[in-house]
Write a protein that binds this ligand. Sequence first.
Ligand code: ZN
Length: 490
Amino acid sequence: MGQKSNFYVEIRSLHSEVTGSCFVCKISFNNGVKKFFLVDVGLFQEKEYLDWNEKLTFNPEDIAFTLLTHNHVDHVGRLPLLYRRGCKSRVYASIGTAMALPINLEDTLKVMQERYKKTKKNVTKFDRNDTDNKNNIFPPIYYKEDVKQVYNHLKGIPYNIWIKDKKIPSVSFKFLPNAHLPGASMIWVKIKEPEIGQTVNLLFLGDWNTANVFQGRFKFPEELRYVPFQIICESTYGSTRKAEIKESFQQNIQEAVENNKTVLLPVISQYRAQEMLWYMKKMKEEGKIPFDTPIYFSGPLGLKYIYLYQNDKFPDFIPERKNFLPSALRLLSSKGSLKYVSIGFGIYIITGGMGSNGPSSAYLKVLLPNPDALIQFSSYCAEDTLGRKLQETENGEEVQIGGTPVKKLADVRFTSELSGHAKADELLEFLSEFKKIKALLITHGAISQREAFRKLAEKANVAKEVVIIDRNNYVRLNPWGILDKKIWKD
Ligand SMILES: [Zn+2]
């Protein structure tokens, strides 16, 4: 064991399950000085946690700096709230994440405003004192000027270079590539105690994946292999092995097109929408579907991400994948009523990956009663979404779409093969590349998944110690591993 010191790092997760990702990392230096930084500041989206969105467990004026792993709303959606409450410090992200962030934050604000308008009739202005948990009324937690404040403090950093912020000069950090999403990172934070020379190395994996279609497969960075890391690791697919997921998505589309069926692909605006367009291009090039098969795209937010990915300044793409648009592509307006759009033969890539938000619900309403349609979902569908309802509805039964009963006669399928998260065996394979993991802190997954992954990680012996951290259970770390486990109540 090392010499006695007061140096430790407290890692507290503000999220309980999947959404609202935020780590508060408090450093206690040997001389008693305490400073903290944040990794991610996500929005809570599960119904039971919505009232946590207004709550911060720290004073935003004291944040030394904030690091972002990637541009998903459950990792960045509360950032403007920090500035509304007096934060003045910097936000660092990879260049790709920094470029994508404005699209996301402006949309998040719009979604909050629209939800508030819907639940609160005759609203003329947004009043934050209106929060009413019982009736599910949640006013937006910030305004446009707060979003602008984020931009004023945001700094995009290339991968693989060490950065320091003057507010804690003994901490350096580095963004490393992560295939979860174009622009996503893992973040290495090196905390050096200046008086006693001890170091804690943290690695935040964020949401993590091994490969994506625009950047290919990432190689293990050799420089990480022998670092005594304490790794903060997600567990979305903590109990699933890659081989358990049947790969059927391309074949489903191929068969539907051969049988002249209309295909609807409800997609998430960022990455999945562009990935789908690329798959259609590839399937045409490989002769799986005819070259002239019409591909339709609708979704204003999805369109913004198409332009972003095609922007020459958006980094790290495999060059030939910059042009991911298939032949016979037509953009459809998402404004106005579907009454005036006839849905004929073709492949419709429509945003709203869970079938609820976005134009996809209007297309679902038209295509669901059509036995000659294939509706292929490729995203996780949360509770209370149309996608989830369809998952639970037998063929021939009715579902309510916008107050109208609609019969489910189309062939509706779900797949998780395109998910942006690594499966349990892929994560373990990655973790076993490291030779000196002191502690593995498992987080960011449903309770059953975290528990399953903890058991697998212990069995695989990837780290000296394995613990689960969540909103109520946090840890203090020193250079040798976990110093102690703590409990915190809201
Ligand atoms: Zn994510």
